[in-house]
Design a protein. Sequence first.
Length: 734
Amino acid sequence: MIRYEVKNETESEEVKYVCFVDDDTFPQNKFALPVPPILLSLHGCGIIDTSCGLVCLEGSLRKSDNSETDMVVLWNPSIRKSIAIVVPNDGPSRFYPLVGFGVCPETKDPKLVKISSKNDDDDDDDDDGNQVMVFTLSSREWRCLSSNHLPRKSLVFDNSSQTVIGRFLYRFVFNGELYLISSFDLTNEEFGEVPLPDSLRRSYLFISKLRESLVLIDDNEESTTEDIDVFDIWMMMEDGAFTKLFIINNASVERIIRIMGFKKTGEPLVEIDVREDDNSDPTPVLVVYEPCLDHININDLGICRGAAFFAMCSYNKSLLLLDYDDGIILIRNPKKQNSLLNSYMKMLPWLEFDIQVEILKRLPVKSLIQFRSVCKAWKSLIDSSPFISDHNNVGHHPLSEHLMIKCGASEENYVCFVDDDSDSFPQNKFATPPVPPIFRLFWPFNTAIHSSCGLLCVEGLLREPDNSKTHMVVLWNPSIRKSIAIVVPNVGAPSGFIYAATSRVIPFVGFGVCPETKDPKLIKISSRNDDENQVMVFTLSSREWRCLSSNQLPLKSLEFKNYCQTVIGRFLYGLAFDGEFYLIWSFDLSTDEFREVPLPDSLRRSYLDMSKVRESLVLIDEEKGHSSTDMQVFDVWMMMEDGAFTKLFTIKKASIERILGFRKTGEPVVEIEIEIVDDVTTALIGVYEPCLDHIKDLGICRSATFSVMCSYNESLLLLDHDDDDGCIVRAVEN
């Protein structure tokens, strides 16, 4: 990686980063790197070093009061992630700080070493010597090293170069008379010293590395010819001794300015001055020097420098920082976080705020959650109800659809897949976010999990301190890890009634999100044989249950089935029985009105299950065999736009126990019975491919419990309920 600056059309300096793949194709395999935004705001930004795929840069952030904050940025260009770390300014004013960087090879924990070293012209001998602080990314804390771990008091550390080899961070130091190399052990955090040959102890050296060996560059200023620059290249051997590799003594160009570093083949990259003619000013150019041929190709890399120096480093690809949020700023005093971020925002060349809003609307949920920490304006925007509602508009950005499968009673038995169209399914599996704590406190008598606009709805009973049971619904957004529990009122139950799982009067509870307002809504239908259906509606925005008027109620004779429902657009669909035939009912989430959806005669007497494929209603007609050896048959029907039903396909597989749902491709997710021991069924879950009549195993095994599945898209719903995560809403009844 090479950092350089060029002047743009306005004569201002523009920083650029360019990378070369260091292989046999060098330098043809070249590519540009997008720069982390924080680097654009740092003054005097320079590269410290690289370690384990991370590039460490330092600079200062100028705030609105013209004060400056020293900052280090850890950047992984391979995965395009960065973290900014504020360097504390705790040393005496006569001390100047320098920062070293390396990744501990055992723990892979990035580590910063801040050394407050006195100036060369400081004659005060009464100070305590060098002050050392260490920062580890895992702890996010700066701490002072104990006195027995500090380097010698007399050492003055040079800030020109450092390098990391294995577990050691090397830096050039001066003891008041001679030069030597200081080492810092990244594992046990102890300083050491590396003696130099007598011929180098009075030379001002630069440190680099060649593969995994320490290299010293001696710019021999005692050259007898002014027009020729001489550089001696030394390498440290395994026994600690130094040997001279070669001498660069090249008179074929006007001047070699300095050696930037080395290719892994050992060839140095050098900065030279070239002139087009005798009357032109010299132009610095970066080239490769070939020691064996004593040759430089002037047009080698094709990079010309503007007003500032080149900087170069080498790095390998790695995944470090992948488990951290991108772009966060870590500071020592969290109370100063907002002021620092606001200063950072003011320094960036942002677009108009309205344009920022339009860009943010098109970003995925995970990125938006991270960007809430950028500034107060963005947090207020992203947390606002209008933004949340607008972000859930499908037209703004591609929705990431997930399948969640629950195959046991414990939270460990939730499994999620990214339901995409690529061949990566089902390999693209990820850990389910932690389930809401209240799930551990109540018993879900309705095993189904329903979803709408990224929210999951789970129904159950909460045991109160007096051993009574409270009917409750939990709305959970796994994408942002928020949940709200809502108590379902005990209206319509007999006097003194206590809910039990076997009770015939447990009401039907439906769930959906109104597509216009993005307001989560619950409907409770108390179905009794001798009374009219009682319907109550709850909206999260009002936190109230209200009874529907009589002209909005469904037929009195309908018995609503708890086990199936689905939301498509503005309608919540469910299954009901009128005493003779089955039918589909719909509830308009916008107008709160019920309707009936007629079924084909062939389905009116069938025991159906309900699901959806993309945004179409699907019915599953299961014809169970009369014996264990009989073939089970599943007919899959889809409702068309005109309301008519058409059969998609028929599944005839003796091993399929039931259909859990569908991928967005239309393939059913099925449960396969594999063994029954002591009345306990063990089953596998897979995807049935109708065209191939084949079942693809998902690697999920279910035993003794009931498997359920739902699909959901990522959304921001519940994010504007900042203080309500996990709360229980005991709503008012009107």
